[in-house]
Design a protein around this ligand. Sequence first.
Ligand code: ADP
Ligand code: MG
Length: 247
Amino acid sequence: MAIIEVSNLKKSYGTLEVLKQITFDVNKNDVVAVIGPSGSGKSTMLRSLVHLEEINGGSICVDGDYLVKDGQYSSPQELKRISAKMGMVFQHFNLFPHLTVKENLEMAPRLLKKESIQDIQKRSVELLEKIGLTNWAQSYPARLSGGQKQRVAIARALMMNPDILLFDEPTSALDPELTGEVLQVMKDLAKEHMTMIVVTHEMGFAKEVANRVVFMDNGEIVESAHPTELFENPKHERTKAFLNRSL
Ligand code: ADP
Ligand code: MG
């Protein structure tokens, strides 16, 4: 069952067409890896899904609700409600530097005031344990390694109980020895059947964890297939050329 349906998504910056009528579905429990050269529109595509970018045409439907239909956005309340089904993890963590790890986790749910502080704290304790940072709860982000920061960013996204997690190159800003701990948290989430879209250069992760790989180039989805198929038997010349450069 499709939990995200994107059709004919168009996005331009001025005269630059960044997304050219993109269409794809993501099923519940899918782990979709999105690969492609720099500038191909991967970040713009993710940011459009959570309404950090306004698109110029097409539709985005999340769990049966249209964020935008044929270029017409839903009401502000609807946009908020629908966007809240998705959590986003950025390349540069985007933690609040003046808040402790625990405060980073609890801030958004506390502002939302939809549940008791006890419930929020219970979840932050659980999530800190899950990412192995219980002893860092009272630390400020500056004290953490890049890998630890990114694990906190993932936990912070999970605090909002999203149905879908979007990752934009979550390990690209990390020293190579720190990527493993972040990928491990993501693998654990995949095992728990979290629906995820992961923009990544980590081909090993894509092969091992994703059940679909989408190759984007120049604002288009060139090819989308099971990782074994896409990596071992790419259909398009552009995919082949990209993989030859990347593997
Ligand atoms: P990727 O994530 O695949 O590297 P992006 O989605 O970041 O690609 O960018 C796609 C294209 O859009 C690039 O040519 C980039 O320069 C351009 N672009 C991205 N954001 C903006 C912006 N805010 N204003 C103008 N051009 C942008
Ligand atoms: Mg990008």
